[in-house]
Design a protein around this ligand. Structure first.
Ligand code: ATP
Ligand code: MG
Length: 419
């Protein structure tokens, strides 16, 4: 039998990786609070229809990447491939629209059946924000500024470029769509099969193709900029103006469309050159049509999602966990006292490692393995002398602390090792 392996495209987050992930999500959590976004957690699976129509049948996600199955009750369910549709579903199910604007943050696993490679997994993790109920460009500016601020706090903003585009309003897109269909139809022989299918359904999607031939044809296509009506141009100008005012640099990318069907107006991505082909660390945009498409009232929204794995690869090594105090009983006699002392120290906020078995030599090896700073030894001798022994594990020096000292003094002696 082959050794047990995790399923392809999934990975164990061993403690060091888990710590990196936690730095990303906790840094984000702290920054979103400054902007008044509150955390929300929606289910990891939903009815398939929550994702299928809103994301779009011609997107890679819906066409190829969803983990969809019938559960034992015959319900058609899907592991969430992204979380915007889930959040909007939650807003509608819980009748939250009256209290809009709503400002949500989330962090958690997403699932897409993709070819695994560096920075691309089948189970991956995202942080994201959704600002629901704000139609003004100020909403776009705020969520982009928030994203930029998080990347800054993680020390990666300067290694990314903010790429920005507008998809315009539905009227502009309809005019552009016609132009695209005639352009791509004229080049149909060079397009991939996937893109030929997109041609009738959603030609904009062709820009998002990762196929090289598609990308060559896309590069020469007319851009939406020429088809934007005055209202769309004005909206985009406001977004750009706001970013300028906040000193947030960006570069216009007229071919940025993003993977999902429900976007309008702003589309943006923060991209780094440091992760090869998987360089997009954060992407988002405005999705004014989404709630209505899902059967709710017309309510605007704007947000982004960022890949935790990709960000975790870019951040600096997080500080190691605090070095513990090793409490080491010497022989049977010390066991009970060690157990009590360990618990008292922990209740007083000191990290303590207490071995479970073995002689002193073995426990000291363990103390070194967990990188303890100091060992507190308690045994028959110490009990007879009414003392504990403190051993500095860096220098090897050892000294006694009389047990008749108050606990506060023992704690102070221990704290001295950490200053
Ligand atoms: P890509 O073009 O890399 O496939 P995407 O447009 O499909 O990205 P989004 O749906 O916008 O990605 O998701 C937002 C972010 O989530 C991405 O920018 C990326 O950082 C991360 N992400 C998306 N898919 C994966 C994956 N399979 N593995 C790891 N991270 C991912
Ligand atoms: Mg993708």
């Amino acid at each position: 039998m082959p050794p047990l392996q995790p399923a392809r495209g999934t990975q164990d987050l061993l403690p060091e990786a888990a710590r990196r992930h936690r730095v990303v999500s906790e840094t984000a959590r702290a920054v979103v609070e400054l902007y008044g976004f509150a955390e929300i957690a929606t289910p990891i699976f939903e009815f398939t229809e929550v994702f299928a129509r809103p994301i779009g049948e011609t997107t890679d996600i819906v066409a190829k990447e969803m983990y969809t199955f019938k559960d034992r009750g015959g319900e058609d369910v899907t592991l969430r491939p992204e979380n915007t549709a889930g959040v909007v579903r939650a807003v509608l199910s819980n009748g939250l629209i009256q209290s809009s604007p709503l400002k949500f943050f989330y962090s958690g696993p997403m699932f897409r059946y993709e070819r695994p490679q560096k920075g691309r997994f089948r189970q991956f993790h995202q942080i994201g924000v959704e600002l629901i109920g704000v139609a003004q460009a100020q909403g776009d500016i705020e969520v982009i500024a928030l994203g930029s601020r998080i990347l800054d706090a993680l020390g990666v903003r300067q290694r990314t470029v903010l790429e920005l585009n507008t998809l315009g309003d539905p009227a502009s897109r309809a005019a552009y769509r016609d132009a695209l269909v005639s352009y791509f139809s004229a080049h149909a022989s060079q397009l991939s099969e996937d893109s030929l299918r997109r041609l009738d359904r959603n030609p904009l999607r062709i820009f998002d193709s990762k196929d090289e031939a598609d990308q060559r044809v896309s590069a020469e296509a007319p851009t939406l900029a020429e088809y934007l009506n005055a209202a769309s141009r004005d909206f985009f100008a406001r977004v750009c103006d706001g970013l300028d005012r906040l000193g947030i640099g960006y570069s216009l990318n007229r071919r940025l469309v993003r993977g999902l069907d429900y976007y309008s107006h702003s589309a943006f991505e923060f991209v780094t050159a440091e992760l090869g082909a998987q360089g997009t660390v954060m992407g988002g945009g405005r999705y004014d049509g989404l709630a209505e498409m899902m059967g709710g009232p017309a309510i605007p929204g704007v947000g982004w999602a960022a890949g935790i794995e990709r960000l975790a690869m870019l951040i600096a090594e997080p500080p190691p966990p605090p070095r513990p105090i090793a409490v080491v009983p010497v022989g049977e006699a010390g066991e009970a006292a060690a157990l009590t002392l360990a618990e008292v120290l922990r209740h007083n906020g000191c990290p303590v490692d207490l071995g479970y078995s073995g002689n002193v030599a073995r426990r000291m090896r363990r103390a070194n393995r967990v990188n303890a700073r100091v060992a507190v030894l308690i045994g028959e001798d110490e009990i007879a002398r009414n003392a504990v022994a403190l051993r500095d594990l860096d220098s090897g020096e050892q000294s006694d602390v009389p047990m008749d000292l108050s606990f506060a003094e023992l704690r102070a002696r221990l704290q001295a090792f950490y200053s």
